[in-house]
Design a protein around this ligand. Sequence first.
Ligand SMILES: NC(=O)c1ccc[n+]([C@@H]2O[C@H](COP(=O)([O-])OP(=O)(O)OC[C@H]3O[C@@H](n4cnc5c(N)ncnc54)[C@H](OP(=O)(O)O)[C@@H]3O)[C@@H](O)[C@H]2O)c1
Length: 335
Amino acid sequence: MRAAYIEELGAADAIRYGEIPAPRPGPTDVLVNVLATTVNPVDTFVRSGRFPTPTDFPFVVSRDLVGTVAEVGPGVTGFRAGDRAWCNSLGHGGRQGAAAEQAVVAADRLYHLPAGVDPYAAVAVVHPAATAYLALFVHGRFHVGETVLVAGAAGNVGSALVTMAVRAGARVLATAGSRDTRYCAELGAADVFDYRDPELTEKIRGAAPRGVDLYLDTAGVNDLETTVDLLAHRGRVVLLAGARTRPVLPAGALYMNDRSVVGFVISHATSGELAEAAAYINDLFGRDALRPRSIEMFPLSATAEVHARMEKGELHGRRAVLRPDLPTLSGRQTA
Ligand SMILES: NC(=O)c1ccc[n+]([C@@H]2O[C@H](COP(=O)([O-])OP(=O)(O)OC[C@H]3O[C@@H](n4cnc5c(N)ncnc54)[C@H](OP(=O)(O)O)[C@@H]3O)[C@@H](O)[C@H]2O)c1
């Protein structure tokens, strides 16, 4: 089968595109014909070694897929050949990735795609949306009626957070670039603040005089000195980005108000937590309530190019969808 894979950790141009042996499903696995995959920041971290995880070479890259079930292992119930399904936890933790014509998925990490849902739109959101679910409900311990601040609200994770928090009954305050104000308001944010505004902190304080219950910074600024002070009694900050930041923590303001700071990566979510997120996401899909802002289609052979573009920050507001069925662009066959 054709696949995008690496033979050693490295830069985007370490990704090869060519023939490797097709995988075979084990007793509790499902073999999926891949319709589409995508590229997330974490896929570039796995490829480069910045996020350490077992990678058996040749290692197929990418976490997410939407596809059609080709074959099920003898111990699998709940899936049949021909079913449309999705997964968002390949390509790390000892599992080969999704950027191939076929992929093996453990049955407990595969979810049905509801009828009528566009597979290309779906593959573009399943990773950021599951991240948003974990941030809001699992690690953020959201309660109905709370005030939630989403920093980076126009981004992939941020927009899913706004969507979910609004639907769950939050009052959502958002920060975004001025070009993205309208988009965040359309998602349901009650107030949208320009993150470059020098009076940003005062404006947030004015909009949440009792304090912010849950502060989610998808931009990874992690200015805890400011954000901990913005929290309500028992308020929480969830850290999920900005791996290289070294914030100052105002300890007294934290513990004397029962506040907390927690961090997480989706890579360590249990299959049970991922399935819980998937059920929530499928419910939103069924209501047409979760969509990517825009998508751009590429052939699977362009995986290296898409990794490079993501690392240069060239995909603002767009999700790259990589498809094995699109013809290889001339000169792109690299192995
Ligand atoms: N922990 C996990 O499990 C997990 C999972 C998924 C993603 N992540 C991480 O989450 C981060 C976001 O991912 P993404 O795909 O959502 O990225 P994204 O689509 O690029 O979104 C980031 C957003 O933050 C905005 N932003 C930049 N500087 C800001 C600031 N100072 N204040 C507020 N907003 C600001 C950006 O706006 P501009 O366009 O104006 O710059 C952009 O809209 C990445 O670092 C990613 O690695 C973590």
